[in-house]
Design a binder for this molecule. Structure first.
Ligand SMILES: Cc1ncc(COP(=O)(O)O)c(C=O)c1O
Length: 469
């Protein structure tokens, strides 16, 4: 604990501490995604495994794994130890210098890649938004240096999320996060998401012939293939709705991209590192990305780190005799040694403890339990997911598919979660056509008893919401 915090906690009586910190929060602090006027956050005193404890001693099971990044849970002392060692020594290096842990982590990441994809080079950044920015710039500079200077546009989905910075937000299709900042950057085109329940073309799967994928070819034709640099997608959407695309979707997209010399960027910032029961979610789909973007679970949330992984072919466009052909991009803290040490240890723990397989098996258990408890619930349209990432699509009327958007009902849902010690989120919900769903994405170290607890609280909360309709 920092000295400033230790002495403050000596001065203020234990029972007043929570209020003291809340006063400071209201006086000095500005939290993200938060209406500060009504905000009353819970101050957390300690955390262990999947559980957080507040200053009154109340415990909460975090079924959101922080921001879907704390895959290894809290209290992994081995990670803290390697971070400490780096922080006490080579904690940062300027250009031209490198710490062995940076190249060791690059090597380790490449060992995890499906070999058939030919992903051979790793470029580190700090967060997910930055990594996507770097991926767009990498794609753009690649085309410039490989004889296709007019390729600059990026295609992405409505309902997708790629980050909060300028280009990443321009690619994002989450209305709530975008609209007030429009017009955003030119050259970003949004297409229909693979969201079968509310198909943007009014079709049914599988008779649709995955029209949403085919439509990408039409958009490329209309925009002009000579103008399109890249197509970016999460393999399964995250905060925009957690859709699980049809199995053949990304094979088709990969093919369309290859035919049009459009680079396929897979944003696995949420789905990577076992979240969906495979090391990477693209492996559920036979997707063939040219650029893979990783973040969040890479360090299990212990340090900010992201990575852009790409092919030799892309790298070679930068690997020339001319200095000006280098990738002209830097972020001060990108791939810093403390974060790389955390990443290397986090992957070691993931492998040692078999967390990817655990995610797959526990995911099957979670899906079964959610189904048993909620399949016939009046507010539940369907339950879908893979590994430890499930969504429960919430509707007010199963026949009309009207989504459960009323603020007082959502408020009640969250209230019952908190009263019962469960941290969980709802995703989507900005307009009716994107629906809304409750999300279950706990740390991958969770056990069956805690999953049972989570399912029980979700059921209680939905039952309480019904009473308010
Ligand atoms: C799929 C996806 N991409 C990118 C980002 C942005 O990452 P960051 O918040 O670390 O910048 C997020 C964040 O939630 C995400 O879910």
């Amino acid at each position: 604990m920092a000295q400033a915090q230790r002495s403050r906690e000596g001065e203020v009586k234990q029972k007043d501490l929570s209020q003291h910190y809340l006063d400071l929060y209201q006086k000095c602090y500005w939290a993200p995604l938060t209406q500060m006027k009504s905000s009353k956050p819970i101050f957390i005193k300690s955390a262990q495994g999947c559980w957080l404890t507040d200053f009154s001693g109340k415990r909460y099971l975090d079924c959101g794994a922080g921001f879907v990044n704390v895959n290894l849970g809290w209290g992994q002392k081995e990670i803290a130890q390697v971070m400490y060692e780096k922080a006490a020594g080579v904690m940062f290096l300027g250009p031209g210098f490198i710490d062995p842990v940076q190249v060791l982590l690059a090597e380790k990441l490449l060992q995890l890649m499906p070999p058939e994809l030919g992903l051979k080079k790793v470029f580190f950044q700090t967060g997910g938004s930055e990594a996507n920015e770097a991926a767009f710039k990498m794609a753009r500079q690649y085309h410039l240096q490989s004889g296709h200077p007019t390729k600059y546009k990026v295609i992405s989905h409505w309902m997708g999320y790629h980050g909060a910075t300028a280009a990443a937000l321009s690619a994002s299709g989450r209305l709530g996060r975008r609209v007030r900042f429009e017009p955003l950057m030119p050259g970003f085109i949004h297409v229909a998401p693979p969201y079968c329940y509310r198909c943007f073309f009014g079709q049914e799967y599988p008779s649709c012939g995955i029209l949403c994928a085919q439509d990408v070819a039409r958009i490329i034709e209309l925009e002009g293939p000579e103008t399109i640099s890249a197509y970016i997608s999460e393999p399964m959407s995250g905060s925009g709705g957690q859709n699980v695309p049809p199995p053949e979707y990304f094979e088709k997209i990969s093919q369309i991209c290859k035919e049009n010399n459009v680079l396929l960027i897979m944003d696995e910032i949420i789905t990577g590192f076992g979240r969906t029961g495979k090391m990477f979610a693209m492996s559920h789909y036979n997707a063939r990305p040219d650029i893979l973007v990783l973040g969040k679970g890479l360090t299990g949330g212990y340090a900010p780190l992201s990575a852009v992984v790409t092919t030799e072919a892309i790298f070679n466009a930068f690997y020339t005799e001319r200095d000006k052909d280098k990738f002209d991009h830097v972020i001060t803290y990108g791939g810093n040694p403390v974060s790389c040490a955390a990443g290397l240890k986090a992957i070691e723990i993931m492998e040692r403890d078999g967390l990817v397989e655990k995610s797959r098996l526990l995911g099957e258990y979670l899906g079964k339990k959610l189904g048993e408890a909620l399949k016939d619930h009046p507010l539940v349209a369907f339950i879908d997911g893979k590994g430890l990432r499930y969504k429960i699509e919430l509707v007010i009327d199963k026949k009309t598919k009207e989504p459960l958007l009323a603020p007082h009902l959502l408020q009640r849902l969250k209230q019952v979660y908190m009263e019962n010690g469960l941290i969980g989120s709802v995703v989507g919900g900005e307009v009716a056509s994107v629906g809304i769903s409750a999300s279950v994405s706990p740390p991958l170290i969770i056990d069956k008893a805690d999953l049972d607890f989570a399912v029980g609280v979700i059921k209680t909360a939905l039952d309480e919401v019904v009473k308010k309709i």
